[in-house]
Design a binder for this molecule. Structure first.
Ligand SMILES: *[C@@H]1O[C@H](CO)[C@@H](O)[C@H](O)[C@H]1NC(C)=O
Ligand SMILES: *[C@@H]1O[C@H](CO)[C@@H](O)[C@H](O)[C@H]1NC(C)=O
Ligand SMILES: *[C@@H]1O[C@H](CO)[C@@H](O)[C@H](O)[C@H]1NC(C)=O
Length: 494
């Protein structure tokens, strides 16, 4: 709560510095100083009778309910000691009072406050220096302490709200070492760094779970009760997307008596400091929602296959009987109501793998493409047919087949292609579902806007939604009065 207040207050400060009245006041007073020839870059305080008068003028620039920011500044200064602020903030906080020649947009408060504070300049500098040094020491100390109390990997912070039995944690897997013999392969040295990393670590398949959700499906025995399990790949920092998905299409609920469960699959940020922060966030989310599966590997594009396979391992252990699996990204809009209606008529123990079918394509050999796959990674020139990774549906029969195949297929950096490879190994075919548009939507007529709920209500999934659009679309689709002419629902089975 305290932190919240502090942040509100700092926001207020920032607002003031961007507020035109504040800025006007600062500019007015600075111009006034320049006219008098004292200058802000000058060594001393302005002298003479002018100061008093100007000061009043400048202060009048503020609206009545706002005290001059210099006072706020002093009010907040002690608070700053209590909470580490971003380094830039801290730096300006320290430097501004000492160097009046900094531009006023950097130090609006100190330049404004200067006239008010000239009288006590020395005392002020001494005080600020002391406070600043104190703050620095404090921050350094906090960092040390945090490092010592750093949550050991594997500690279960994400205990579930539902009463799942505590799992016995297996000892952490031995750290996986880079395969240094690939370094000698011809052409390795010229590869982009993420491909080098992929080649060095692609044999690593065992990673410590950081947050688990073993009770998600009520335990392996009871998981038959779960009709549709949503496994959504998310990056640690995509908090807003996860929140919106929880509120909209990812709601855990029961439709026509069939239950939907939700999980986010996350790795860890590559940067150590970021990772520490984001792991806390994920621990909070896990505690609140129990929907986070997190492993201790770098969450990067070329590690998505690893994420996929780790999830399949998890599902075999904790949710083997769930009838269907939705496997997708966190930037799609999945019409889960329609999915349930579509899946209702299908058998979980028959092969099902539908999505946006892609076939007759091969690796991109352009070095600067996000999807660049050099010959060293795959000499093949053609991928097996696969479904675009934005979102796809599969039955538990197919999930098991893919998992089985994955045990003997080397990792391939692009996760949706990898699933296609697993299907091929098992002699199964991916199929197309016209309601799944991972390539975006071609609106059938110019009469319909591309955001028309009447169009979306017939689809199962559309790619590339920003969070607020998800919310709007979800609201619109569930509007009781949604009138869409006499178009029929394609996936409705009665
Ligand atoms: C790589 O090649 C160098 C020189 O050819 C050799 O000395 C080294 O042992 C090789 N490294 C590995 C890991 O094979
Ligand atoms: C390491 O790389 C070499 C050369 O690419 C490969 O032959 C070997 O199987 C790899 N080792 C592991 C453990 O993956
Ligand atoms: C995948 O994660 C592992 C473990 O964190 C890391 O060593 C490796 O560099 C990552 N690979 C890529 C391609 O980012």
């Amino acid at each position: 709560m305290f932190n919240f207040h502090l942040y509100t207050l700092s926001l207020h400060l920032v607002q003031c510095s961007a507020h035109s009245k504040c800025l006007n006041a600062i500019t007015t007073s600075r111009n006034a100083m320049l006219e008098e020839g004292t200058g802000w870059g000058g060594s001393g305080c302005p002298r003479g009778k002018g100061v008093q008068g100007r000061r009043t003028e400048a202060s009048q620039g503020f609206s009545d309910h706002q005290a001059p920011p210099s006072y706020e500044f002093y009010f907040f200064a002690p608070l700053l000691l209590l909470r580490p602020l971003p380094p830039l903030h801290l730096l300006l906080f320290l430097v501004c009072p000492l160097s009046p020649s900094l531009p006023s947009f950097l130090c609006p408060l100190s330049s404004q406050g200067k006239m008010l504070r000239c009288k006590f300049q020395r005392l002020e500098i001494a005080l600020l220096l002391a406070m600043g040094l104190g703050a620095l020491l404090f921050l350094l100390q906090v960092d040390q302490r945090e490092l010592i109390h750093h949550i050991p990997p594997g500690e279960k912070l994400g205990s579930l709200p539902d009463s799942s039995p505590p799992t016995v944690l297996s000892p952490p897997p031995a750290p996986c070492h880079a395969n240094t013999s690939v370094v000698n392969a011809s052409g390795f040295a010229e590869l982009p760094i993420h491909i080098k990393n992929f080649l060095l670590y692609k044999h690593c398949r065992s990673f410590q779970p950081l947050r688990d959700a073993p009770g998600k499906c009520g335990g392996p025995g009871a998981s038959d009760e779960v009709f549709l399990l949503l496994a959504i790949k998310s990056s640690p920092a995509n908090y807003e997307r996860r929140e919106l998905i929880r509120k909209t299409w990812g709601q855990e609920r029961t439709i026509h008596g069939l239950s939907i469960r939700r999980l986010f699959l996350v790795g860890t940020a590559a940067n150590v400091l970021e990772a520490r922060k984001l792991n806390r966030l994920l621990a909070m989310e896990a505690l609140q929602y129990g929907d986070i599966l997190q492993w201790d590997f770098h969450d990067s594009f070329f590690n998505l296959t690893l994420k996929q396979v780790l999830f399949l391992e998890w599902q075999v252990a904790h949710c083997p009987e769930a009838h269907f699996l939705f496997n997708g990204d966190d930037d799609v809009f999945a019409h889960t109501d329609n999915m349930v209606v579509y899946l209702q008529g299908l058998l979980p123990d028959k092969h099902l793998f539908v999505g946006h079918l892609i076939s007759h394509v091969g690796p991109i050999r352009l070095k600067y493409s996000k999807y660049y796959v050099p010959r060293l990674v795959s000499p093949e020139n053609l991928y097996p047919p696969y479904c675009g990774g934005g979102g796809m549906l599969m039955s538990r029969f197919t999930v098991r087949a893919i998992r089985r195949a994955s045990l003997s297929i080397e990792f391939f950096p692009i996760d949706d292609v990898y699933l296609g490879m697993c299907l091929q190994r098992e002699g199964l075919q991916p199929a197309s579902h016209m309601g799944i548009r991972t390539g975006g939507v071609q609106v059938p007529s110019t009469q319909l806007g591309s955001f028309d709920p009447c169009y979306y209500r017939e689809l199962l999934l559309v790619h590339r939604f920003v969070p607020y659009e998800m919310l709007l679309m979800w609201q619109a689709l569930h509007e009781p009065g949604l009138v869409c002419g006499k178009r029929t629902l394609k996936y409705q089975r009665v």
